[in-house]
Ligand binder design. Sequence first.
Ligand code: GLN
Ligand code: ZN
Length: 761
Amino acid sequence: MKTSVIGYPRIGAERELKFASEKFFKGELDENGLEAVAKEIKSKNYKKQQEAGISFISSNDFSYYDNVLDTAVLFNIVPKRYKELGLSELETYFALARGYQGEKGNVKALALKKWFNTNYHYLVPEIDDDSEVKLVGDKPLKEYKEALSQGVETKVLLTGPFTFISLAKYTGEKKKTDFVDAFISEYTKLLGELNDAGVKWVQFDEPYLVRDLSDQDKELFKKIYTQLLAAKKNVKVLVQTYFGDVRDIYTALSELDFDGVGLDFTEGRKTFELVTENGFPAGKLLFAGLVNGKNIWRNNYAKTIDIIKKLKNVEGISDENLVLSTSCSLLHVPYSLAGEDKLPENYKKHFAFAEEKLVEIAELSKLADYAASSNVATVDSFKNNQALFASRDDSVDEAVKSRVASIKESDYTRLPEFHEREKIQKQRLGLPLFPTTTIGSFPQTAEVRKNRSQFRKGEITKEEYIDFNKKKIAECIALQEEIGLDVIVHGEFERNDMVEYFGEHLAGYVFTKNAWVQSYGTRCVKPPIIWGDVSRKEAITVPWSVYAKSCTDKPVKGMLTGPVTILNWSFPREDISIKESVLQIALAIRDEVLDLEANGIDIIQIDEAALREKLPLRKSDWYSEYLDFAIPAFRLVHSGVKPETQIHTHMCYSEFTDIIPAIDAMDADVITFEASRSDLQILDSLKENNFKTEVGPGVYDIHSPRVPSVEEIVASLTKMRERIDDNKLWVNPDCGLKTRGDEETKASLINLVKATKEIRG
Ligand code: GLN
Ligand code: ZN
């Protein structure tokens, strides 16, 4: 059976790309140096896949920052303000990605948005009325040739035109339909060039097809590919979908002149049904996404082989045209288990990262062939695999199970209701109009990270570790007082990461050393793994918050991560439901909330940065499949506090215009969120929906080192005041400051306070 990998992680097994780009940004590495690192990563990736015997390996899955941005640049979708800087090609690319502040000008980065239902973020291409769609680059071809020169024949991955134009933002009068012809003709040109260079397969990634599609969407898709495919010569075209099923467009996919169709059988609830009920066109290859590209658990061979067998019985499908594939790009899983020497074997054997998934694909393809005529139950690789699914006894905690079972309806509601609490809190806290605050973390400088890592390695004592953090907390609080912020935070110096840190204090979690996955640009996160039933082992943040409170007379905000985010940024279990998991975590964090309150902390922020992350891609599933348990889980965390305790929450994206009632139903007292990158559109929706919760839309972007000016912040605040009641408006950056440096942080916050004072005046 032939095999395919949609895309491979590109950060490097040791995150080489991250470290090299950081050096490049600091001017310690030149373009050639950066390119050499990239080349090395790509070549190792090709080799790994080749050694595993993968039949279809992708090229052009690599990117310095983001594939959607690559596609924008490839087709000349670069707004004027970036072109006018007059930078080199690569510098312009990074200016789009990260913003630019220097001798040549001052521009913000493009907006970042979540890539479908993953924790990866893409840059939103901006198409202006005078944008000229034009094939101006050759990255896909270059990477194809690079792989070929290493003896690897690849399929060339391209962001599909339909997905690309659907994800882009149109800043002027013109809409996507005004640009579609131009895109068709430039993509056709590209396909022609690839064909002429001898490329055998092109993979058009069209994940947008798994969303709800309108009739116009479907027509648009058909129009694009009818024309594009009419122009293909020898090159074969695979349309690759993932993250769901293609129920709205399956027939068209079968009828259009594609040579291969890639479908996701793991996340696509209806994929199997679609194929078995409608059949599959005999002349095409079916790339069946059966090896999960998002989760890290071993594949259950019996289940997979069973599906393969059933697929082979479908009309149109045979041994010849069925290809075993990953369900999506492996970008969303870590590189390899190889370095995880601290993880005991009895855990490790249950996991498969990218490299191990290659082995699974290879084994499965052999087993599937064998199963066609013989009994696989006698084969070792099959037996070993099945043994893993027999039992995992240490994952069950009866006490946790029964606590979840005894949650009452009333546990989901905080009393008294919002407006009453608001009055009580205003009186109690006595904050000025437009209270200023931050989202929690302060710069995680080298010394902060060193303190943590020395403690982990046992190089310093626990006392030394704690003393250092206390010193940092005291300094951080002094700084906030000097700057004049109203609600003080402790700075989160003890945290490596907002989820892993909590996981470490919860029973039921296991951790890895090196399981990094890309989140935005070359920044990575290391999601912990939920292994078993979850409960709070000990106080998590209480000592730090209590110490912080002792350093100042101003109100100190305690900082927690919420249950939905903890779940969404962990690798979840596959043996119990997501709902059950999130309730277990909610109860654990509830214990911490009540503990903070009992220790005198009267403002508690429960971050739900990732609430939207697992929102189903189809609107019809939003409530029933997700929000109906996610939002109550959040309320369960804070429903036990006194009326005078103020509950904050924070979210990292502004894209919740469409779920505003659900956000309000979280029933927090204050919400801060990312807004500066997205032109404050959200404000209109807040107003329209009569949003009750107090709000702090971020007044500047923390994803870039750029220092916002006072005027700029005043301008944002002025806009905000048109839509938000003065006594509901908070002033804050749009996310935590941990990735920033000390200097720019101070300068930015000084400007933030100055701007607020100006507005107050
Ligand atoms: N409190 C966290 C911080 O400030 C929130 C981070 C986030 O939203 N991603 O870092
Ligand atoms: Zn955030």
